[in-house]
Ligand binder design. Structure first.
Ligand code: NAP
Length: 274
């Protein structure tokens, strides 16, 4: 039987996930498909209804990650901690399990592009307080001694701190220089840096020389933030590596085996025009 999976979101046309999963499926010789479905906010439950038997699962992207968690019958601890799901598994008994592999993707990206990085070695900074920031803060809060969530709208950072608790702190963007002091990593989980979304004006000079700068944005791959960090000789980690890192455990959940060894990064770079 063909194993059918896919990704839902809006806009979804430019998602790289179908390219990545299709390449793995071909290389592994699996009888499976992976499609992109345009699903507007507020309509995920309706979309999923009736498809539970026909699909093995779905990846979920903007703006549906909270809806995905809400409609599931069961959720993993990491999806609950993140308050969002990027993966829905349609189980054989007809129930839906929500999971979140974004945190795994984030840490896989650090391991691939900044080997030896240890989140336990000092404070980490997360820029932003939306869904992606919440996932990153939830993952890092289990590893780092402090997680400084820095956001333009302080109230959102405070809400995130209150929700996750533990070592999470809330900081206004205006105090980024102080939040950067002694940081071992900065993770940009804002949408600033996306093509056409403007950029952040950050005091990178306040960062220690051994700090790692990560940007979740991968369009463009070299964001203004990564370019400025490299110019300061800081180590960097890009958003494409995180995208591939979250796709690996999703593939295994859909098709029952880990993805084969294949340079999907090269394929994705080609699609991005790099
Ligand atoms: P979101 O919920 O819309 O949150 C956006 C955040 O960005 C908010 O905290 C917002 O601040 C902040 N922001 C937006 N424009 C800003 C600006 N000009 N200056 C300062 N702050 C600004 O979005 P999300 O779902 O968290 O996603 C954030 C980014 O992560 C997106 O670009 C997404 O594509 C990327 N992402 C990548 C991966 C990957 O695998 N690479 C995975 C997940 C997400 P306010 O609260 O003040 O509005």
């Amino acid at each position: 039987m063909t194993l059918r999976a896919g990704v839902v979101g809006q806009p979804i046309r430019h998602s790289l996930s179908p390219l990545i999963h299709a390449a793995w499926l071909r290389a592994a010789g699996i009888d499976g498909t992976y499609e992109a479905f345009e699903v507007p906010a507020g309509t995920l439950a309706r979309f999923v209804e009736g498809r539970v038997g026909g699909l093995v699962g779905l990846n979920v992207t903007l703006p549906l990650k909270e809806e995905a968690l809400a409609l599931a019958h069961e959720a993993s601890a990491r999806a609950i901690a993140a308050g969002a799901a990027n993966l829905l598994i349609f189980q054989q008994n007809g129930t839906i399990l929500a999971d979140n592999t974004d945190g795994l993707g984030l840490m896989a990206a650090f391991a691939a592009q900044s080997p030896g990085f240890d989140a336990a070695s000092g404070p980490v900074v997360v820029l932003g307080a939306g869904g992606a920031a919440r996932g990153a803060a939830a993952t890092l809060s289990a590893l780092a001694p402090s997680v400084r969530v820095v956001n333009r709208t302080l109230a959102k950072a405070e809400a995130l701190r209150d929700q996750i608790g533990g070592p999470v702190e809330a900081w206004p963007l205006a105090e980024a220089a102080r939040a950067f002091e002694g940081a071992v990593a900065v993770v940009n989980a804002t949408s600033a840096g996306l093509s056409g979304e403007g950029s952040l004006d950050l005091p990178l000079e306040a960062l220690p020389a051994d700090c790692v700068v990560m940007d979740m944005v991968y369009k463009p791959l070299e964001t203004e933030l990564l370019r400025l960090a490299r110019a300061r000789k800081l180590r960097t980690v890009d958003g494409l590596e995180m995208l591939i890192g979250q796709a690996r455990p999703s593939f295994e959940a859909f098709y029952g085996q880990p993805p084969p060894d294949l340079d999907v990064r090269a394929l994705a770079l080609k699609a991005l025009g790099g």
